[in-house]
Design a protein around this ligand. Structure first.
Ligand SMILES: Nc1ncnc2c1ncn2[C@@H]1O[C@H](COP(=O)(O)OP(=O)(O)OP(=O)(O)O)[C@@H](O)[C@H]1O
Ligand SMILES: [Mg+2]
Length: 362
């Protein structure tokens, strides 16, 4: 996947900014507060319908403006047709379109422009609760296996209904939802398991080739091993009734991240954690590419922060090894001088204005 051009109106301090990207590496540099992360945020908006920094569109829209617009052209492969995508948001509404036609859901945007991010918040994958790791796996699986989203929606809808009945004490109607929940949950588990197995093989490969301690995922499906979900719901029906919610299922799945056999959160420093995240991102990107035939666009914010020069090189070679189109931000472009090649396109951002700046690496 390649984002060829981007136009941003009223995203934070990017009031009217444009860039023409290369299909390979795009390096965006500039001082603090110039708008670097906001450029990645704008691409993320175009690829997912939402920001990675805020749930409230009102915070992302430039102060004093009523709405933001991000528009872009994308191409799936060098010879495929150019598509135009656009998103417009006010504080309470979202309108999205592709090739001039309105789209109904953000998942259609995600389908047109798959993106993966590595930002300051990505650390929560290591030190946060299970929900954020499940969310990453689910987003990746959306691109990997098209039926997955439908199964997830159905399982979670049945779960929601079941929980509502548990809360209201209407136990006699629960059976109706159990069957649906179980069928879709078991299918989700199969897909999640297959993907984590493949991710583990990719992680082993990438860790070794970049001279990093082995990163691995330990997937737990969210209900006891050796039993079917149907049996467990039956066995735990009293507990679920007392608690007022469903204690077993794919909503309780966990994907623990380990490094050289130990929980990553306990053994890695901040900088090492970032290398782990780079390997993780690369593996997810490769899985998406393998299964969907499309390489996602990588959005990597301030890669050099907290990394020494050797680690910058390792992280970069891991990420660029995926051959995905990549947008990198940095305060100091010199850090990348020996780590990226001449095909890299360099942009300078200052006070929300973007300009091409090839000389920065010289
Ligand atoms: N809604 C908004 N309207 C206008 N300006 C905003 C809004 N939200 C944030 N800003 C400003 O946008 C600027 C750019 O932020 P951004 O995070 O993109 O900068 P950056 O170049 O990534 O900086 P850093 O190097 O510190 O990470 C900040 O100075 C911030 O104060
Ligand atoms: Mg920033």
């Amino acid at each position: 996947m390649r984002l060829e051009s981007l136009q941003v109106l009223n995203v934070r301090r990017l009031q009217d900014a444009r860039l023409e990207a290369t299909a390979e590496t795009n390096l965006i540099w500039g001082p603090n507060g110039s708008g670097k992360t906001s450029i990645l945020e704008a691409i993320h908006l175009l690829g997912t319908g939402r920001s990675f920094r805020s749930h409230k569109a009102g915070e992302v829209i430039t102060h004093g403006a009523a709405s933001l617009v991000v528009a872009g052209t994308v191409r799936e492969a060098p010879n495929s047709a150019l598509r135009s995508l656009g998103i417009e948001k006010t504080s309470s509404t979202t309108r999205i379109r592709a090739d001039g036609e309105p789209l109904k859901s953000a998942s259609q945007l995600a389908d047109a422009l798959p993106v993966l991010t590595l930002t300051a918040d990505s650390y929560h994958l290591l030190d946060g609760g299970p929900a954020i790791r499940r969310a990453l796996l689910d987003r990746t699986l959306f691109h990997v296996e098209h039926v997955y989203l439908e199964k997830l929606k159905r399982a979670y809808r049945a779960l929601q209904q079941r929980n509502e009945l548990l809360r209201k004490g209407e136990f006699s109607r629960i059976e109706i939802w159990n069957a649906q929940f179980v069928v879709h949950a078991e299918e989700m588990d199969q897909i999640r398991r297959g993907a984590t197995d493949r991710l583990n093989r990719l992680l082993a490969e990438f860790s070794a080739s970049n001279d990093l301690p082995e990163v691995a995922l330990d997937y737990r499906r969210g209900w006891k091993a050796g039993m079917s979900l149907a049996e467990l719901l039956e066995q735990h029906s009293v507990r679920d009734r007392e608690m007022g919610f469903t204690g077993d299922g794919p909503h309780r799945a966990e994907v623990r991240i380990s490094c050289a056999g130990r929980p990553a959160a306990q053994v890695v420093s901040r900088g090492q954690g970032k290398l782990v995240l780079a390997v993780l991102l690369a593996a997810h990107a490769e899985l998406i590419a393998e299964k969907s035939g499309r390489r996602p666009v990588l959005l990597v914010d301030d890669l050099a922060a907290e990394l020494d020069r050797t680690s910058v090189r390792k992280a970069l070679s891991t990420l660029l090894g995926t051959r995905c189109q990549t947008f990198l931000t940095t305060i100091e472009p010199e850090v990348f001088a020996n780590a990226i090649d001449a095909s890299t396109k360099v942009f300078h951002v200052e006070q929300g204005k973007i300009r091409s700046s090839q000389a920065a690496l010289a």
